[in-house]
Ligand binder design. Structure first.
Ligand SMILES: Nc1ncnc2c1ncn2[C@@H]1O[C@H](COP(=O)(O)OP(=O)(O)OP(=O)(O)O)[C@@H](O)[C@H]1O
Length: 318
């Protein structure tokens, strides 16, 4: 199996609203793929269709070589799905919660399975701690443990680290990479740029449509954005404020964003951008540096572009 997920034309409507719109996507086996997009763009809905919890209105595809339309029950057995809201028995310990999950799934050799899973995720020392007493980071790790208990080949993780501190997020991602090194495929939705950069590949969705897919470098390059970083020669915030106001209205400038004492200015049409900033580049109070766009610059640009399409009279968005 070289491809863990291959779907084509996947569409889901809720009432008159098209939430996932002809989505075609592949996830190679053994890779960690980040699933990104603004709130409400259809990530959770897509994940739910992939694991057979929702039936698509159109489109088809496979998950672990199983048909998402007619083999949903088998898919559910072979994948691990971590939802945004997971719950445990707060008055049971970590080990007891996992034992309970193993029992519900009728897994053989329960005691050993729980022990191995605890060990794998660095939970052994806390095995007797009550789930209700765990911090957010440890709760996420327990949720991950519950998802991998039955040794799935594919993990679908829906914003697994939302609201978790950076140290716990880092530990969580080390777990994810360890699992992938053992052959697990992971599709993980996130709003964090640093997490996107930890993935082998990313897929970006807006208004239910896939707008970009590939490695972080591919996605940045294919956006074709030109960006500059601007700083002031002295401690002159006023100059940057004036520049921000002027550039936001200038044609050819698609993004203006403050990063501390610097400003990111970018545009998809290089010559239009250069024309827009030309009057300011001779200002001795400003230092301009031709820079690489960041992933965040690209996502903000993609989002703005899809909003423009939505606003256009021919647009067909939810
Ligand atoms: N069962 C449902 N009935 C009606 N509308 C729904 C249902 N489930 C989701 N939606 C709508 O579909 C859209 C996409 O939701 P979805 O949860 O898939 O987005 P998302 O990309 O996961 O968002 P977030 O990043 O905020 O988690 C939203 O507008 C949501 O309100």
């Amino acid at each position: 199996m070289n491809t863990a997920i291959a779907v084509s034309g996947l569409t889901k409507r809720f009432g008159s609203k098209t939430v996932v719109d002809r989505l075609t996507m592949t996830v190679p086996a053994g890779q960690i793929v980040g699933f990104l997009g603004p709130n409400g763009s259809g990530k959770t809905t897509t994940l739910r269709m992939l694991c057979g919890l929702l039936t698509p209105d159109a489109g088809n595809g496979t998950c672990l070589d199983l048909d998402i339309r007619c083999q949903a029950a088998e898919i559910k057995r072979q994948i691990g799905y971590m939802t945004q809201k997971f719950s445990f028995y707060e008055d049971l310990s970590i080990a007891e919660n996992l034992d309970f999950v193993a029992r519900v799934h009728g897994l053989p050799d329960r005691r050993n399975l729980v022990m191995v899973t605890l060990d794998r995720l660095g939970l052994s020392e806390r095995r007797t701690q009550l789930a209700g007493e765990l911090s957010g980071g440890w709760k996420q790790r327990l949720a991950l443990a519950a998802c991998i208990l039955h040794r799935p080949r594919l993990l679908l993780l829906d914003e697994p680290t939302a609201g978790v501190d950076p140290k716990a997020r880092r530990a969580f991602w080390e777990n994810i990479h360890d699992l992938a090194a053992d052959g697990m495929t992971v599709l993980v939705s996130t709003h964090y740029m640093d997490e996107a950069e930890r993935c082998h590949a990313i897929a970006y969705i807006a208004y239910g449509q896939l707008l970009a897919q590939g490695t972080v470098q591919d996605v940045i390059a294919s956006a074709g954005l030109t960006t500059f970083t601007v700083r002031t020669t002295g401690d002159n915030h006023h100059t940057l404020n004036t520049l921000t106001t002027a550039l936001r209205k200038a044609p050819g400038v698609d993004l203006v964003a403050a990063f501390g004492a610097a400003l990111h200015v970018g545009g998809a049409d290089r010559s239009a951008l250069l024309a827009a900033i030309a009057p300011w580049r001779t200002d001795p109070a400003l230092i301009w540096q031709d820079d690489q766009p960041t992933l965040e610059d690209v996502f903000i640009h993609l989002m703005a572009r899809s909003q423009d399409q939505y606003a256009a009279p021919t647009g067909n968005r939810p």
